[in-house]
Design a binder for this molecule. Structure first.
Ligand code: ZN
Length: 448
């Protein structure tokens, strides 16, 4: 070892094999803990504070797009700032207070200061009768109103009479703020990772996505990359529409993409395919699930969910799928105060991270080859190939994987095709293809 030499860049495979799950899990939980109390929305100071905290871990670029900017069929909204919000009873006691939990205020509430009856207050109060202890998460981005969210048991106990309502909020021309980080690769062709940053104190949706994306940046920064990687930390819907509208050239480079959301809970991994349904990223994630996550679920595309809807709109039509654990709307804590830090575990976050790295390893490592001795089988023993088959546990499988590669490598089949057809893991197929290339039996004909 020479102290002066730069550490060699790793491969994604080496990173997966040496992943320090305990440390990575703790780092992701620590980021989620720091971000949890911040009041985020489509726009506003909480989003800047969030991006500034992420910048302590990775060097995000922070961009601001002015309110009023036309973006496709939409317009960048006014910036929302909320400082204080409460409801007081006739005794002057605060019965609901934004200072206690930022879910108490409906996102994008108009400012208000008035006194009104319990009856007149009712339409402005949101609760969940079936989960009387939980505060719901509500927003009203595009309809001018105000409101409060509270536990149903508190709401049900509010007696008749007058209430003083105060929301010290501002909706005025400002900016939409988002974070972006590009890791250049050998090619300009890009893999997109997109995660939303617009939810206030909710953990799985989507501090988990932010934490996993941040960790993925740190890991991919250390590897030798074929593709360029672009990470977006954006408010949901309007953020992706804004980015797409303002970046047509960068959009054209996107070859594969994943939206990350709800990736820190104990549920099994889920993948929702891209609009195309058979894009390489769809096949890569499905392959990873087959080899590493037997209980994981692959679902077909649907035009509902997160920003994959925008990336998969017909005029944009990017191959971007949605990677989650429990899908949105399927876990009881979804969009309530019960989606708190207790729902996240370091193990689930790290498992999501590992599955994503495995998917990246396929995207990075997939290529097509030509068998240079296609007339009959080449004589393997003469070339010393049996010595490259590994230990007793792997020998038979490695030998059969090698035969699959030699048989299928006519230039038209990729290594992912071969992994799918043979049932072997992509990692095994990739490794044995490397062995065959070393022994001059195989020649790359280019990435598919
Ligand atoms: Zn959500």
């Amino acid at each position: 070892m020479h102290a002066s030499t730069q550490p060699l860049k790793q491969s994604v495979r080496q990173q997966i094999e040496t992943l320090d799950s305990e440390r990575r899990g703790q780092e992701m939980l620590s980021l989620a803990r720091d971000l949890y109390p911040i009041c985020r929305s489509l726009t506003g100071p909480g989003n800047r504070e969030t991006l500034a905290r992420i910048q302590r871990d990775v060097p995000l670029d922070v961009h601001e797009v002015a309110s009023g900017t036309p973006v496709f069929d939409w317009t960048v909204p006014p910036e929302w700032t909320v400082r204080e919000a409460w409801i007081k009873n006739v005794q002057g006691q605060k019965v609901v207070d934004f200072a206690d939990h930022n879910l108490h205020v409906v996102g994008y509430s108009q400012p208000v200061h008035t006194t009104l009856s319990r009856e007149a207050l009712e339409p402005h109060l949101h609760s969940i009768p079936e989960s009387p202890d939980w505060i719901p998460y509500r927003t009203s981005y595009y309809q001018e109103t105000w409101g409060f969210c509270l536990a149903h048991k508190i709401k049900a106990a509010l007696p008749g009479g007058e209430y003083e309502v105060y929301i010290d909020a501002e909706l005025k021309p400002g900016h939409l703020t988002y974070g972006e980080l590009v890791l250049p690769g050998q090619r300009d062709e890009t893999v997109l990772f997109s995660t939303h940053i617009c939810h206030p104190s909710l953990a799985n949706d989507n501090l988990s996505g932010i934490a996993v994306a941040t960790q993925l940046i740190q890991l991919l920064a250390e590897v030798d990359r074929v593709y360029t990687y672009r990470f977006l930390f954006i408010p949901g819907t309007i953020g992706s529409i804004t980015w797409l509208a303002l970046h047509p050239e960068e959009t054209k480079q996107i070859r594969h993409g994943l939206v990350l959301s709800c990736v820190g809970d104990a549920g099994q991994p889920h993948y929702k395919r891209s609009r195309a349904g058979d894009a390489l990223i769809d096949r890569a994630v499905a392959q990873v699930f087959r080899q590493d996550a037997a209980d994981a679920v692959v679902q077909d595309f649907s035009p509902y969910g997160y920003d994959e809807r925008q990336y998969g709109s017909p005029g944009v039509n990017l191959p971007v799928g949605l990677f989650t654990r429990s899908p949105h709307g399927t876990f009881p804590e979804y969009h309530t105060s019960a989606d708190n830090l207790d729902l996240l575990s370091g193990e689930a976050l790290t498992d999501s991270l590992r599955l994503l790295l495995e998917s990246v390893a396929i995207v990075e490592g997939n290529a097509s080859y030509r068998n240079l001795y296609p007339m009959g089988e080449p004589q393997l023993g003469r070339r010393g190939l049996y010595a490259s088959l590994g230990g007793a546990n792997d020998r038979a499988d490695n030998q059969l994987a090698m035969l699959w590669i030699l048989n299928q490598s006519d230039g038209a089949h990729s290594l992912l095709d071969i992994a799918e057809r043979s049932g072997y893991s992509f990692a095994r197929i990739r490794h044995m293809a490397d062995v065959l290339v070393e022994h001059a039996l195989l020649e790359e004909v280019g990435a598919p």
